[in-house]
Design a protein around this ligand. Structure first.
Ligand SMILES: [Zn+2]
Length: 146
């Protein structure tokens, strides 16, 4: 998969291609420093503690606890969901829930929470973390309540 098709921004393309390829196969990769063992998500090409580039890819667990969430009222185009058209309606887009899930080991993964009412979300609940290909061909991370 081309890295440009991932919906989130990772500024270093050195780790972007393997990360994007893993997403295309349904997995989420982070990196681990071979010297000190510290892990990172999103993946980093070097360890900020050791300043070492000897990193290896590690798969991020696909389930974790919801740490926090919010709603984007002007979401990016690929997240936008539109309510049925109503005369004189002021709302043109449905607020888009996004959250951060913490997995075992402490890595935190941000993702989109589609098709869930924001009022039903509870911090601490378990969520699955999965890559999803959107209608426009981009891949993003989706969080789903277990
Ligand atoms: Zn290190």
């Amino acid at each position: 998969m081309e890295f440009k098709n991932f919906s989130q921004f990772i500024k270093n393309s050195k780790v972007g291609k393997p990360f994007a390829d893993a997403l295309a196969s349904g997995r989420i990769f982070g990196t681990r420093c071979r010297r000190c063992g510290r892990t990172f998500y999103p993946p980093r090409p070097e360890c900020p503690d050791c300043l070492d580039e000897d990193m290896e890819y590690v798969e991020v667990p696909s389930r974790g606890k919801l740490l926090t969430y919010t709603a984007i009222y002007v979401p990016p185009a690929h997240y936008a969901m539109f309510p049925p058209t109503m005369p004189f309606a002021k709302v043109t887009q449905i607020p888009c829930p996004v959250g951060v899930v913490e997995v075992d080991g402490g890595l935190r993964v941000m993702g989109w929470i589609p098709d869930v009412d924001l009022k039903t979300l509870k911090v601490g609940e378990m969520f699955d973390i999965q890559p999803r290909t959107l209608k426009n061909g981009q891949v993003t991370i989706v969080l789903s309540p277990v």
